[in-house]
Design a protein around this ligand. Structure first.
Ligand SMILES: Cc1cc2nc3c(=O)[nH]c(=O)nc-3n(C[C@H](O)[C@H](O)[C@H](O)COP(=O)(O)O)c2cc1C
Length: 326
């Protein structure tokens, strides 16, 4: 096993993973021979994510982050995903072995963790995109996830679906009160501060509708969003698929960050059965849509601090004698 300090710094870094509304729904338990990942079900968003699909996706992103962080310390994680356990919240048990070399991909993706953040303002189109997409496709295949690009001519249809869903949800009190609970508060180490949400003049048509925030561009340069839009899909829709897709999401976001690109996961269109079906046919694939990702060149911003995270003491625990994992 890696020593305690190594695990603590890897888990601290993994807490920078993206999560739905920055809910950070993960819990790690360090035992004598394994590090185990659980969902923190107190952090599920029942109106937005009743099945807990996005909670597991978020934990999958943290799982990929922790693997990359430990790989740079020459620890390779052997992962049992969705292990047999009496605890339904158990998602993955990580055992470790020492390795002599660190792959370039792990070094680069781990290096990108501190600088990655979600960009919700309009973006310019990403340069040398076809080359990057090829690399991203290879990355997600490892997790058995499909990556498709929404073509330019499908974009108005996507924006139309987004507007219609946002309109319907304005009269959904449970969804709205949950959104307001998680957004716009500066005082907590979770949720979305107003600095991370766009000023209404800078909203993007394909994005989730958030309460008005304070993020604004420094320039009048990019008014129309020209980001590429990717869709991650899975073959089936099991808990394992969600976890693997979260890992793939993390890999894509970190790889783009490493390449100097801005990213934004977008999931409101996968939250309703109707828009999820339309999204699948729009992408032309036969997979199950899980998450859209906007990728582009960042608008120069008056950028605020990074979105906060919970302290390590709230997410990493020692296994107590007598605790049974399986
Ligand atoms: C499963 C999942 C769903 C998300 N959905 C959205 C979304 O619909 N719109 C959005 O702007 N950001 C979305 N995000 C990004 C989170 O809001 C973001 O990761 C979180 O607030 C932490 O901020 P950071 O990514 O800047 O560190 C999502 C992230 C995940 C993992």
């Amino acid at each position: 096993m890696p020593d305690r300090r190594t695990v603590e710094s890897a888990v601290a870094l993994s807490s920078r993973a993206p999560s739905l509304h920055n809910s950070q729904p993960w819990r790690w338990i360090l035992g004598a021979d394994a590090l185990t990942l659980y969902t923190d079900n107190d952090r599920i968003l029942p109106a937005t994510d009743p099945s807990g699909r996005q909670m597991v996706l978020s934990c999958g992103a943290a799982l990929d982050h922790v693997q990359r962080a430990l790989a740079t310390e020459r620890w390779c994680a052997v992962i049992e995903r969705i292990p047999h356990s009496p605890d339904q919240q158990c998602l993955a048990a990580l055992h470790f072995r020492r390795v002599d070399e660190v792959s370039d991909v792990d070094v680069r993706l781990a290096a990108a963790i501190p600088g990655r953040r979600t960009e919700r303002l309009p973006m310019d189109s990403p340069p040398q995109w076809q080359q990057t997409v090829g690399f991203l496709q290879e990355l997600v295949e490892e997790a058995d996830v499909h990556l498709d690009e929404i073509s330019e001519h499908e974009r108005p249809a996507l924006a139309g679906m987004s507007r219609q869903l946002s309109g319907e949800r304005r009269s959904d009190p449970a969804y709205q009160s949950e959104l307001r609970w998680w957004t716009g508060h500066a005082a907590y180490p979770d949720g979305l501060p107003a600095e991370a949400l766009p000023d209404p003049r800078w909203t993007v048509a394909t994005e989730r509708e958030f309460p008005a925030g304070r993020a604004a561009s420094d320039t009048v340069g990019i008014e129309e969003d020209r980001a590429a839009i990717l869709l991650l899909s899975t073959t089936t829709d099991s808990r394992l698929d969600w976890l693997r897709c979260g890992e793939a999401l993390s890999a894509v976001l970190l790889a783009c960050t490493y390449c100097g690109l801005a990213t934004c996961p977008v999931t409101h269109l996968t939250e309703s059965a109707a828009t999820r079906t339309s999204l699948a046919s729009l992408a032309g694939g036969d997979g199950v849509p899980q998450v859209l990702i906007r990728v582009g060149m960042r608008t120069p911003t008056r950028s605020g601090p990074t979105t906060p995270r919970r302290p390590l003491s709230e997410v990493l625990f020692r296994e107590r004698p007598g605790d049974a994992r399986s």
